[in-house]
Design a protein around this ligand. Structure first.
Ligand SMILES: O=C1O[C@H](COP(=O)(O)O)[C@@H](O)[C@H](O)[C@H]1O
Length: 232
């Protein structure tokens, strides 16, 4: 499916425009079905966007927010994506939203993945909105180059749900929604910032193996159009 690049003069402009687009998408879903869902990324990029989105007028009590991926760490750990969402998105008007974490307080990451898969089945498929990020190594969600479960995560026939991922570049073991869970969102966004990420995107758009740059799976095989939001 095709992708469209939306370029902005500043990160603040991007945050405002993306927040408007997401607000429209979630509000349309609420009007049609009574509920809406959004899966967001962690990392350093989405902070400003989360802060703006949290102020938008949406019937947040009808919205379920989850993460596309998470580290296997509790929510009070500085590297937790849940912590980032708590501090920046589940604020202001968005405090009324329902948050479904991927991390589970159990003995193993595998147990956490099956529990999170069960719990997130409550969210109707496909997601109304998915916001992906991208690392400098071409990973997205926790689809890391060299990842222990990468082939399974990217296989379109792997069912919706959460699986584990371990990789050199990942730090802690990870929990990630599979490709099939994310690729058909009504609004599928890739949010990246900086010249370096633009270069990584250009490389990913070229030829080469998906396993080397897993973002290629999204750019090449997502059934929904990929809306790329970029600012310097
Ligand atoms: O590990 C992660 O990194 C990516 C990209 O993060 P950024 O700091 O370069 O913006 C992120 O999309 C993913 O959710 C996160 O777990």
């Amino acid at each position: 499916m095709a992708s469209t690049l939306h370029s902005f003069a500043s990160a603040a402009d991007l945050a405002g425009s993306l927040a408007d687009k997401v607000a429209d998408t979630l509000s349309a879903a609420i009007a049609a079905r009574g509920t809406a869902s959004i899966a967001v990324s962690g990392g350093s990029t989405p902070k400003a966007f989360f802060q703006v989105l949290s102020t938008r007028d949406i019937a947040w009590d009808k919205v379920t927010i989850t993460l596309v991926d998470e580290r296997f760490v509790p929510a009070d750990n500085a590297r937790s994506n849940h912590l980032l969402v708590d501090a920046n998105l589940l604020q202001n008007k968005a405090k009324a939203a329902h948050f479904l974490p991927l991390y589970q307080d159990v003995a193993s990451v595998e147990e956490a993945a099956s529990l999170a898969t069960e719990k997130t089945k409550a969210i109707s498929s496909p997601f109304d909105t998915v916001i992906l990020g991208m690392g400098g190594d071409g990973h997205t969600a926790s689809f890391f180059p060299g990842g222990s479960n990468l082939a399974k995560a990217l296989d379109a026939s792997t069912p919706r749900g959460i699986i584990t991922m371990e990789a050199e570049g990942a730090g802690e073991p990870r929990l990630t929604f599979t490709f099939s869970s994310l690729e058909d969102a009504a609004l599928l966004v890739l949010h990246i910032e900086g010249e370096g990420k633009k270069d990584v995107l250009a490389k990913a758009e070229g030829s080469g193996d998906e396993a080397e740059m897993p973002i290629r799976a999204v750019l090449r095989r997502a059934t929904s159009p990929v809306e790329i939001y970029w600012a310097p």
